[in-house]
Design a protein around this ligand. Structure first.
Ligand SMILES: Cc1cc2nc3c(=O)[nH]c(=O)nc-3n(C[C@H](O)[C@H](O)[C@H](O)COP(=O)(O)O)c2cc1C
Length: 310
């Protein structure tokens, strides 16, 4: 699975990464649920794929992720979303952001397992049983003491699947991820479990699966630093994408995006090159060449120079 990443993995990113291959599912950036009913156009903004049966152009299902602390409004909004027929609905219990946590959403809920259960149940009960409802959690807020309780609540509430980002909220995104802490759960839970966190290579993927005992993988930043990673995991031994192939994928992402603001192209170009430099040193050089550029035209010109090998 391709992890949800706010401000990074939008519909166009899902299009290009699922076109490369190796993904069975994507999840949208989180849609924030407050005490209001969300209009359809907001759901379409997060998942343009809802116009196409909830699938990317390569046919990969895209689950829509909801985040909020009110079980009532999570249920009401899940029912509205369900009318748009998403392939599935995911619930975010992992976001570490201060703003989100202050407004009673994301990882702060992991301190109250009963509320996690209530939210999952409200969403599960609000939508047709044919629509899978999944949850995404971290190991806990400050520590993993409540992990088993949270998982039990998620399962009892009727979630179809659970993804675990193997760090606490306080760990944020700092390595390592504690895959083996999930092992005690995977031995006792009978819904599919997905392991997430710090998977940057085929070898990491193999270790994460065996150490956690999970059946599935979710790739976050690794998918951006090595766009071929999911395909390599599924079909090991296939030729890796070369630097210029990757660069043309980045260019196609930028050209086909619907810029949301004037700095969109330069911001996203720098962001993706920043991730790519871990796997492709050439990306680091190009990043330095464009780091002061703001105009989209200037960015594309720098890309053309790179393609020409000048
Ligand atoms: C920039 C960024 C945005 C993220 N946005 C979301 C989000 O909207 N919903 C969510 O459940 N997780 C979100 N995450 C967490 C990722 O889905 C994933 O759990 C995390 O990055 C760990 O995986 P990784 O080590 O493979 O990157 C985000 C992470 C990053 C770095």
């Amino acid at each position: 699975m391709l992890a949800p990443m706010e401000g990074v993995v939008d519909a166009q990113m899902r299009t290009v990464l699922t076109h490369i291959g190796g993904y069975d599912r994507c999840v949208t950036e989180f849609v924030r649920v407050t005490e209001q009913l969300i209009p359809d156009h907001v759901f379409f903004r997060y998942s343009a794929e809802l116009h196409e049966g909830g699938l990317t152009p390569s046919g990969t299902p895209v689950f829509v992720q909801l985040l909020g602390g009110s079980s009532k409004y999570m249920g009401l909004n899940a029912a509205r979303l369900a009318k748009l027929e998403p392939p599935g609905i995911d619930i975010n219990f992992g976001c570490p952001s201060k703003t989100v946590n202050k407004s009673d959403g994301g990882s702060v809920l992991l301190r109250e397992p009963r509320r996690v259960g209530d939210i999952v149940k409200a969403v599960r009960d609000a939508v047709d049983p044919a629509i899978p409802v999944t949850a995404k959690i971290r190991l806990g807020f400050s520590n993993s003491d409540l992990l088993h309780e949270v998982v039990e609540q998620v399962v009892t509430a009727g979630a179809n699947e659970l993804a675990i980002h193997a760090r606490t909220k306080e760990d944020r995104y700092k390595p390592p991820a504690y895959w083996s802490l999930v092992k005690g759960i995977s031995d006792t839970v009978d819904i599919p479990l997905t392991i997430n966190g710090e998977i940057w290579s085929v070898n990491d993927a193999r270790r994460a699966l065996s150490e956690s005992g999970c059946s599935d993988l979710m790739l976050g930043r690794g998918a951006l630093s090595f766009p071929d990673l999911a395909r390599q995991i599924q079909r090991q031994g296939s030729a890796e994408l070369g630097w210029l192939e990757v660069l043309s994928i980045v260019a196609s992402y930028l050209r086909n995006s619907n810029p949301k603001h004037p700095l969109f192209v330069s911001g996203r170009a720098k962001q993706w090159l920043g991730f790519l430099q871990m796997h492709y040193p050439q990306a680091g050089c190009l990043f330095h060449k464009i780091k002061r550029l703001k105009e989209a035209g200037a960015i594309f010109q720098a890309f053309d120079v790179e393609f020409d090998g000048r």
